[in-house]
Design a protein. Structure first.
Length: 134
């Protein structure tokens, strides 16, 4: 399950959602790691253009993390949700919605040290400052 999830994630980060879906669909039962799989399915939904479902699945992963006492993981999922929603909005030309998600995500302080999501949120936000000053 972990290998298939991670492989699907790599395809999504490469912008290849069709292949990611083929890989992820091989997982029949999400109970092995519901937090991770819900987040990856959320990312897939965002790439497929279903932003509402993607947001919902990410929020489910976030909630499961907090409910299981994994606060830092919950914060990281929140950061990743906002980052990927912002990216999805940008792919769809919805700049104001993207900026809103970046602002929300940057407020999620903490998270797991090895996930650079907050750093990525700030970096993406900085691109808007550069564009605004040009």
């Amino acid at each position: 399950v972990l290998l298939l999830n991670n492989l699907s994630y790599v395809y999504l980060m490469r912008g290849e959602p069709a292949i990611a879906r083929e890989v992820l669909d091989q997982i029949e039962n999400d109970s092995a790691n519901p937090i991770m799989l819900s987040a990856t399915r959320g990312l897939l939904s965002l790439w497929e253009g279903d932003l509402q479902r993607g947001d919902l699945l990410y929020r489910k992963a976030e909630s499961l993390a907090f409910e299981s006492g994994q606060r830092n993981l919950g914060v990281s999922v929140r950061q990743k949700r906002c980052l990927e929603l912002a990216r999805a909005y940008l792919r769809n030309g919805r700049v104001e919605d993207a900026i809103k998600q970046l602002k929300i995500g940057k407020k999620a302080v903490g998270g797991m040290r090895f996930y650079p999501f907050q750093k990525q949120l700030f970096a993406l936000s900085d691109t808007f400052r550069l564009e605004a000053s040009a």
